[in-house]
Ligand binder design. Sequence first.
Ligand code: G3H
Ligand code: 13P
Ligand code: ZN
Length: 284
Amino acid sequence: MSFVPMSELLEKARQGGYAVGAFNTNNLEITLSIVEAAVEERSPLILAVSPGAMRYAGAAYLAAIARVASEEAPVPMALHLDHGTTLDEVETALSLGFSSVMIDGSRLPFEENAALTKKVVEMAKPLGVSVEGELGRLAGKEDDISADEREAFMTDPDQAVEFVERTGVDALAVSIGNAHGWYKGEPHLDFDRLRRIREKVPVPLVLHGASGIPDDMIREACRIGVDKINIDTEIRDAFRRAVEGFLRENPDEIDPRKILGPAREAMRKVVAGKMRLFGCAGRA
Ligand code: G3H
Ligand code: 13P
Ligand code: ZN
């Protein structure tokens, strides 16, 4: 199968009451682990490539690996630019056949975010490529912010409606207390806010920073109506632990294929577990 627009996967998810997982890749091994999980779980898949991943591996290499995977895998798959921040990054993704792009203008003032996002919609829509925007800021790994500041970063439901109407995005990433990287303690997700956004906003909603969010909270987010859920950190963690464990037990091993074998297996298990949790397993 070739790449499908993300909006196609997310419309089905909305109707079916589940969320599609978006998993970040940076290389061959991570891509294979994610795709193997999708095939095994018969799950639709969003393969996410960040600008950092593009710089690390080369955007064309990652896109080529993903294309071969999508041709071989009997499940619908979108290739998605994650957290694009410039028009150049979007153009690169479009030229390589990505079927979805995120433009993250969440650090910009509302008007600038809306204008940038609208521009990306105008570039992507004629090509049949989906666009995800973001309104409200997520706390990042490096941010150390107070509870009040966190609240001020969250997505405002009325602004969200205006943002979607003015930009024409296919999906909206929201800030409801979610953060990238590991949480310090238990995450506090503002489900009331999510409900209010869900009632007002007509397009699929996206939850970033889902690593470390307890399963029951993820289920609640899906019940309320999140349609796409992003995971990166838990895959990285599985990779690192597996490599560390293998090398501890096999300190003289130098064959990268042997060193990375258990890591591939560990990442595949993480992704498969998330697909079952999000309810997208069995939907392809
Ligand atoms: O949310 C961002 C993803 O985890 C990608 O991270 O920018 O380090 O590739 P990265
Ligand atoms: P985590 O790294 O917290 O899982 O977040 C992933 C993400 O939001 C990618 O866009
Ligand atoms: Zn993210």
